[in-house]
Design a protein around this ligand. Structure first.
Ligand code: OSB
Ligand code: MG
Length: 369
């Protein structure tokens, strides 16, 4: 499969409501979308990187630079017939996982389309519907927060994740727990705590959380390992896991019991598969995280999450959790009976671009051949 042409689009898609977490506030989903062409077929991938380097060090600007000046020139004209071949092309560039991940996703989409199978089938996925939850922004106003959560529960979400920070954790979690004693509830700190907050972190045990996600620094596995010996709540790693090596270290140190696996954060599906298999052997539970993706990235994530070791509910919510208008024709809706979303059928990622909406949100387009 010879890579003949690659297009990069920059988009800004308005969220229904701003997304607040300890790293800041986002009103639009700014992202890059790549289209990779080979033999008349197009594969699509999303780079869900933020304009600001607060979640990962990458930004829209660094990802564009790495794509245009390094990854795309290395890929154009090459014949890529497997994920292994693809990984080899990218391995010389250190880091920049989000930039790598969109090309990786687009080429996986292409490979599946060329082989006339869905991406899920191509990857050996088993599930047809994915158990999902919803990630809820931080809120000062507890009445408003409870309304949001009630609304999501009414829609059928059976797992709620609350964004927390040291000054915004105990009171909201206590309030939610009192109203919903049996709700599957978890919290995501996005690295906002330190070991100085140990009393606060211990106090979270009382809320019977499914897990606490990334309480400590984004690059600190050692302190997470120590913290896990002091608290009962299982620690889930997000920002700390950027590749297979991080995963091996995390397992060796027992730095957490669960991993939130985002293909974009680990440099694409090929790396995600290696992490998936290692975690399966090591007894580490997985779930597929999200980056507030458009329908393109969300479709990729749904296919990946169909693999067998993704056993906990994913951060992949229905389209109407994020956008009034998305860039694909298909709408992802929640099956309210079991809090699942269907894996798209059809070849590749199984969704297609809604050109009218796409054009509305596009800001720049660059073509390389
Ligand atoms: O930490 O998991 C996170 C969104 C953007 C960046 C980081 C995170 C998140 C979410 C939302 O929690 C996940 C989603 O619904 O896509
Ligand atoms: Mg997280």
């Amino acid at each position: 499969m010879k890579i003949e042409e690659i297009q990069i689009y920059q988009l800004s898609i308005p969220f229904i409501r701003p997304f607040q977490f300890s790293n800041g506030e986002l009103c639009n989903h700014d992202c890059l979308i790549v289209a990779v062409k080979s033999e008349g077929i197009i594969g699509w991938g999303e780079c869900p990187v933020f304009p600001i380097p607060y979640y990962t060090y990458e930004t829209i600007a660094t990802a564009s630079h790495i794509l245009k000046d390094f990854l795309i020139p290395q890929l154009l004209g090459k014949s890529i017939d497997s994920l292994v071949a693809l990984n080899k092309v990218f391995s010389r560039v250190r880091g920049h996982n989000m930039a790598k991940s969109c090309l990786d996703a687009a080429i996986c989409d292409l490979l599946a389309r060329v082989n006339s199978v869905s991406l899920s089938q191509f990857l050996g996925g088993e599930k047809k519907r994915i158990q999902v939850g919803v990630s809820v922004s931080m809120q000062d106003n507890l009445i408003y927060l409870l309304q949001r959560i009630e609304d999501y529960i009414q829609q059928g979400y059976q797992r709620i994740k609350l964004k927390i920070a040291p000054n915004c954790a105990i009171q909201p979690l206590k309030t939610i727990r009192e109203k919903y004693p049996y709700l599957t509830l978890m919290a995501d700190a996005n690295s906002s705590f330190s070991l100085n907050d140990i009393d606060l972190l211990k106090a979270l045990d009382e809320f019977d959380l499914l897990m606490i996600e990334q309480p400590l620094a984004y690059d600190d596995l050692l302190d997470h390992a120590y913290l896990q010996t002091l608290i009962k709540t299982p620690i889930c790693l997000d920002e700390s896991i950027n590749n297979l090596h991080d995963t091996r270290v995390a397992i060796a140190l027992q730095a957490g019991k669960i991993i939130n696996l985002k293909p974009s954060r680990v440099g694409g599906i090929s790396n995600a598969l290696q992490i998936h298999d290692l975690c399966q052997k090591a007894g580490i539970k997985l779930w597929c995280g999200g980056m507030l993706e458009s329908g393109i990235g969300r479709a990729t994530n749904l296919h990946l999450a169909s693999l067998s070791n993704f056993t906990l509910p994913a951060d992949i919510s229905a389209t109407n959790r994020y956008f009034y208008e998305d860039i694909i024709h298909q709408v992802f809706s929640l099956n309210s009976s079991d809090s699942t979303i269907d894996v798209p059928q059809g070849f590749g990622i199984g969704v297609d671009i809604n050109q009218k909406s796409f054009n509305k949100f596009v800001q720049t387009c660059d073509i390389y051949r």
